[in-house]
Design a protein around this ligand. Structure first.
Ligand code: GLU
Length: 286
């Protein structure tokens, strides 16, 4: 049975791009008698707001999308801690004491700082700290937990994922470097929580925007070292605005809540999107 999910972060209002993503995830399951899950990804406690959770629920109902189950990540932190314990026990996670400023200084001082899709990668400063110093610093300093991506890649061997649109995608296990698993003030990182939940909820099909594809490299690596099942992926084209920007609040994209309050018919909008007909001023990126 197909199990798909829509997994928004409640850090703002949903816009047309989110609607398009939710519709595709919903229909992927519903067209085959499967299950569609809603997952609220609120482990970024400083940016997540309860009013956005309420807004997401209203938006999905307005679009005529019903879900079979809803999970809230902030209520599932024990699961992410258990996965982190496992990585730690396997020697694949290390504490990182660096501040943002220290990382920036280190990167600036390095001639060959490796870069990922979002800028310079963590230079691995804390990976080499000796065990005694590490234990001492853990007793007195704040720290995050990072993945030792090099060691994880060595143990995982060659990986790929199956993408319904892009085909077989080889994994670059170092694309995001030694990513954070648990932050100094974030109980679980997006990557850790997402792979734990996709497995725990039996998600078979991860339907989400193409913009998240770089994360899939890191997520496949985590799945491999945590011995989690591998879902099928479907990274769909994005909705762009008239200036060919991805929709985002900073570009002034209208929210679904704006349209809802203007009396627009959400189910009619969803059906237009299904027919490939976008409202004026919007386009697909391919
Ligand atoms: N929570 C992520 C976001 O809102 C999406 C995660 C996913 O679909 O894997 O961008």
């Amino acid at each position: 049975m197909i199990v798909s999910r829509f997994a928004p972060s409640p850090t703002g209002g949903l816009h047309l791009g989110h609607a398009w993503s939710a519709i595709q995830a919903h229909d992927r399951a519903r067209d085959h008698g499967g299950q569609f899950l809603l997952r609220i990804e609120d482990t970024d406690m400083t940016r997540s707001r309860p009013e956005h959770v309420a807004g997401i629920i209203e938006d999905l109902e307005w679009l005529g999308l019903g879900w079979d189950d809803m999970a809230v990540q902030s209520e599932r932190l024990a699961l992410y801690d258990a996965a982190l314990d496992r990585l730690r026990d396997d020697g694949l996670a290390y504490p990182c004491f660096c501040t943002r400023a220290e990382i920036a200084r280190e990167v600036a001082a390095s001639l060959h700082a490796p870069h990922g899709p979002d800028g310079p990668l963590y230079p691995g400063t804390c990976r080499a700290i000796d065990p005694a110093t590490r234990a001492e610093r853990m007793a007195s300093e704040a720290f995050a937990w990072r993945l030792d991506a090099g060691e994880a890649a060595r143990r995982a061997g060659s990986l790929s994922w199956t993408d319904e649109l892009a085909g077989t995608m080889p994994v670059d296990p170092q694309l995001l470097g030694d990513l954070v698993l648990k932050g100094k003030d974030r109980p679980a990182s997006y990557h850790l929580a997402v792979v734990v939940d996709d497995a725990a909820q039996g998600v078979t099909h991860v339907v989400r925007g193409r913009d998240i594809m770089p994360s899939t490299h890191a997520q496949r690596l985590l799945q491999a070292v945590l011995a989690l099942p591998e879902p099928i992926y479907h990274h769909h084209p994005l909705v762009l605005d008239a200036e060919s920007n991805r929709l985002a609040k900073r570009h002034g994209a209208p929210t679904l809540a704006d349209w809802r309050s203007e009396g627009m018919d959400g189910v009619a909008l969803a059906n237009r999107l299904r027919a490939g007909d976008l409202p004026g001023g919007f386009d697909f990126d391919g």
